[in-house]
Design a binder for this molecule. Sequence first.
Ligand code: NAP
Length: 221
Amino acid sequence: MTATIAIVGAGNMGTGIVRRLTAAGHHVQLTDRSRSKAVGAAQQGAAGQPGSASAVSEADALRADIIVLAVYYPGTVDFAVANSAALAGKIVVDIANPLDETYIGLSLAPTTSAAEELARALPRSTVVKAFNTVPASTLMPVELNGESLDVFVASDDDIAKAKVLALFQGSGLRALDAGPLANARLLERLTAFAIEIAQRYGLGFGFGLKYLPARPLTVSL
Ligand SMILES: NC(=O)c1ccc[n+]([C@@H]2O[C@H](COP(=O)([O-])OP(=O)(O)OC[C@H]3O[C@@H](n4cnc5c(N)ncnc54)[C@H](OP(=O)(O)O)[C@@H]3O)[C@@H](O)[C@H]2O)c1
């Protein structure tokens, strides 16, 4: 049976994730504190794509098999604590970068990550890190200077990680297995570092991360 997918948060990333997942042919449910925002993001994100998206209530979104939290840290943890029973047994995807007010530093010590803090709040769920290195502005066109971008997927649960990696088939993003969830520490810092370089060169958020070689890679371990 195909896994059902829901996104919590219909902002910049929620809309861009709808675009990439509907490009891959998935049906995606989207919820937000503002229903009209969720309706607009579902329409905008899925426009012209083979898949589809619909705005749903929070209760309906919590029934999905895979739930992407497209909200800020520590709002991710607040949401998890408030909904831990409904999220039990589910795959919860963390996309957060816990940036501090400088946007080039993190509000968490290097000994943890937003993804691990989320996992601590959800002991009965499986947390997967994904999407955090991809700026929202690059998700709609997906290519930057003619190059497709990479998304790094990390989790301690290989089955959940494989399910999330599989979602990207046909999405326009190349998904790479980024190892255990603790590697989210690196992925979050890598994003802050990429933002710092982008600031230095006046790129704003018009940057993307790509691991070479660019051809499809197969895990050999
Ligand atoms: N923007 C990027 O380029 C980028 C790139 C990689 C990763 N990220 C990460 O992606 C996450 C989202 O960023 P974003 O730029 O998409 O933010 P955003 O544009 O502000 O969107 C977040 C949306 O989620 C809603 N929301 C917040 N808490 C909610 C809740 N409990 N239930 C339902 N909806 C809720 C917000 O509503 P309100 O406005 O009412 O709060 C807002 O509509 C962050 O963790 C960020 O670190 C962002």
